[in-house]
Design a protein. Structure first.
Length: 275
């Protein structure tokens, strides 16, 4: 069925959007969850859902799941946005070329494009359905991203591009970028795909650093608290690094939750990122 009830919670709230059930033609159903898309990918079955949460006065939330694993929500986007803002704030000049690893719901990419100095934005996404959601405007920021001429979607494995010889641009392997902003894995030690782990090593990060201009920025989102071992690794590869905890209100707990943003700069500027 395209519309689903979540029996794991005790909440029931009518979703404003009604859809006809594929299993019961002619019957209109108004339920808690609406499954906007469901596709099989090499990493598993991915689904996009829209729901209205009764605990939040019916606010509409978009969620992405890979198999039974929750990936992202439009309710908690503060750190994804700050990943772009903090990363670009560490740069100077105009005509910036930026790479975002992982499209998700588009919040990091849109935040990057809000900076007028950005000349081009390449978004690398391994799952074609996620790119299609934006092109079809199934997600709130899809139309904005797809219509911006500076933005290009690339269906590829970010980690393969980041660690391969040459740059991110197949037509111009020698071309460098000013910043790479990464939001794919849950953290440097909790990976969406075990094959991603090799990137979070001295060799993997050195390969990425070689694709950045002198003074360029690598930014990473993490769901975990700051990892001392990882910051030590960043400092061994880059000129300097900085870790910032991003706190945000969590309406489900009534308190605050937090994510971590790591920033690292390649040699080439005298000023270092402050801790």
């Amino acid at each position: 069925m395209a519309l689903l009830l979540d029996f794991k919670t005790s909440d029931y709230y009518p979703c404003p959007a009604q859809r006809q059930s594929r299993d019961f033609p002619g019957i209109q159903m108004t339920l808690l969850f609406e499954e906007l898309d469901y596709q099989k990918t090499p990493l598993g079955e991915i689904s996009l859902r829209r729901r209205a949460d009764p605990r939040l006065e019916g606010v509409i939330i978009y969620e992405v799941r890979l198999g039974e694993e929750f990936l992202m929500s439009s309710l908690f986007t503060d750190a994804e946005i700050q990943l772009a803002r903090l990363g670009l704030a560490a740069l100077e000049g105009e005509g910036l070329d930026i790479v975002v690893g992982g499209l998700g719901l588009g919040y990091t990419a849109v935040a990057a494009l809000q900076e007028p100095a950005v000349r081009s934005l390449m978004v690398v996404e391994v799952m074609q359905p996620v790119i299609d959601w934006h092109r079809r405007a199934l997600v709130p920021l899809g139309k904005e991203l797809s219509s911006d001429p500076r933005c290009t979607f690339v269906h590829a494995d970010f980690f393969e591009l980041a660690t391969a010889a040459g740059g991110f641009y197949r037509a111009d392997p020698a071309r460098l970028v000013h910043a790479v902003l990464l939001d794919i894995d849950h953290s440097p030690s909790h990976w969406l795909n075990p094959g991603n782990s090799a990137f979070y090593s001295e060799q993997g990060l050195q390969s990425l650093a070689g694709k950045l201009y002198p003074g360029g920025i690598f930014g990473l989102w993490s769901n975990d608290p700051p990892d001392v071992d990882f910051t030590t690794l960043l400092d061994s590869v880059f000129q300097s690094s900085r870790t910032q905890v991003i706190s945000f209100a969590n309406p489900y707990t009534g308190g605050a939750s937090s994510n971590t943003v790591y920033l690292a700069r390649t040699p080439g500027r005298e000023d270092k990122l402050t801790k």
